[in-house]
Design a protein. Structure first.
Length: 129
């Protein structure tokens, strides 16, 4: 009956001085997971580049022929490039403000520009799709 009480670590309690360290490291790994790893030069595991620069835009390779949310194909006057929001530059490789996403007009003006879809959600759809 008189066993030793569990330690704080066993209970999952993180000391106040360590909370920020864990959240910063978790945030950095989450960003690397979504946009790629700068330490690897933003390349895919096979060594091919993750991004390309076309007409002063930084684009993810392979994501320009369809809406990254709904998959609508690139037809005339259907898709547009949505620039990354200024508040989300940390989600762009090297904080590049020319980062764009390929979206249909509905998801660009009706959702992304209105704040109904966040930049993280766009990045997650690309990762899953």
């Amino acid at each position: 009956m008189g066993g030793a009480e569990p330690s704080l670590a066993e209970l999952g309690v993180v000391p106040r001085t360590m909370r920020g360290v864990y959240s910063v490291n978790m945030q950095k790994s989450r960003i690397r997971e979504l946009i790629g790893d700068e330490r690897r030069g933003f390349t895919n595991p096979d060594g091919s580049p993750m991004y390309e620069r076309v007409k002063h835009h930084l684009r993810r390779v392979g994501t320009t022929n369809h809406c990254i949310v709904c998959g609508m194909p690139d037809l005339p006057a259907v898709l547009a490039f949505a620039h990354i929001h200024f508040d989300d530059l940390h989600l762009s490789p090297r904080n590049d403000p020319t980062r764009v996403f390929r979206l249909c007009w509905h998801h660009h003006h009706g959702c992304y520009d209105q704040g109904y879809i966040s930049t993280v959600e766009l990045l997650e759809t690309r990762r899953l799709g």
